[in-house]
Ligand binder design. Structure first.
Ligand SMILES: [Zn+2]
Length: 71
Protein backbone atom coordinates (compact mmCIF):
# COMPACT_ATOMS: atom_id res chain seq x y z
CA UNK A 1 0.00 0.00 0.00
CA UNK A 2 1.39 3.35 -0.98
CA UNK A 3 1.79 6.13 1.50
CA UNK A 4 -1.17 8.45 1.72
CA UNK A 5 -0.54 11.88 0.32
CA UNK A 6 -1.31 14.42 2.97
CA UNK A 7 -4.33 14.36 5.22
CA UNK A 8 -4.77 12.25 8.28
CA UNK A 9 -5.18 8.51 8.47
CA UNK A 10 -8.83 9.05 9.25
CA UNK A 11 -9.51 10.15 5.67
CA UNK A 12 -11.71 7.54 4.11
CA UNK A 13 -11.18 6.38 0.61
CA UNK A 14 -13.73 7.66 -1.87
CA UNK A 15 -14.75 10.68 0.14
CA UNK A 16 -14.47 13.70 -2.04
CA UNK A 17 -14.15 17.22 -0.74
CA UNK A 18 -17.37 19.16 -0.96
CA UNK A 19 -17.60 21.58 -3.82
CA UNK A 20 -20.23 24.22 -4.22
CA UNK A 21 -22.34 23.63 -7.26
CA UNK A 22 -24.19 26.17 -9.29
CA UNK A 23 -27.71 26.62 -8.05
CA UNK A 24 -30.67 25.84 -10.23
CA UNK A 25 -31.90 28.76 -12.26
CA UNK A 26 -35.39 27.34 -12.47
CA UNK A 27 -36.77 29.95 -10.15
CA UNK A 28 -35.61 32.69 -12.49
CA UNK A 29 -38.11 31.51 -15.10
CA UNK A 30 -40.91 32.39 -12.76
CA UNK A 31 -42.34 35.79 -12.17
CA UNK A 32 -45.01 36.20 -9.54
CA UNK A 33 -45.57 32.46 -9.60
CA UNK A 34 -46.09 32.37 -13.35
CA UNK A 35 -43.84 31.39 -16.20
CA UNK A 36 -43.85 31.91 -19.95
CA UNK A 37 -41.36 29.15 -20.47
CA UNK A 38 -42.40 25.91 -22.09
CA UNK A 39 -42.18 22.84 -19.98
CA UNK A 40 -41.64 19.27 -20.99
CA UNK A 41 -44.77 17.30 -21.90
CA UNK A 42 -43.13 14.13 -20.66
CA UNK A 43 -41.60 15.36 -17.44
CA UNK A 44 -44.45 17.74 -16.70
CA UNK A 45 -44.36 21.22 -15.26
CA UNK A 46 -41.18 22.15 -13.47
CA UNK A 47 -38.94 20.80 -16.19
CA UNK A 48 -38.26 23.53 -18.66
CA UNK A 49 -37.17 23.05 -22.23
CA UNK A 50 -33.96 24.57 -23.46
CA UNK A 51 -34.37 27.01 -26.30
CA UNK A 52 -32.34 26.45 -29.40
CA UNK A 53 -32.37 28.11 -32.77
CA UNK A 54 -35.03 25.92 -34.34
CA UNK A 55 -35.89 23.47 -31.62
CA UNK A 56 -36.58 23.09 -27.93
CA UNK A 57 -34.95 20.39 -25.93
CA UNK A 58 -35.49 18.67 -22.61
CA UNK A 59 -32.22 17.86 -20.89
CA UNK A 60 -33.95 15.40 -18.61
CA UNK A 61 -35.66 13.00 -21.02
CA UNK A 62 -34.07 14.26 -24.27
CA UNK A 63 -37.40 15.31 -25.63
CA UNK A 64 -36.93 17.49 -28.70
CA UNK A 65 -39.54 19.60 -30.41
CA UNK A 66 -38.82 21.48 -33.59
CA UNK A 67 -40.07 25.01 -33.86
CA UNK A 68 -39.91 26.31 -37.37
CA UNK A 69 -40.47 29.98 -37.49
CA UNK A 70 -42.14 31.12 -40.67
CA UNK A 71 -42.07 34.85 -41.13
ZN1 LIG B 1 -38.47 15.90 -20.32
Amino acid sequence: MAKAKGGSKKDRKGKKPHKNKKTSKKYSHYENGKTNKKHCPRCGPGTFLADNKNRIYCGKCHYTEFTEKKE
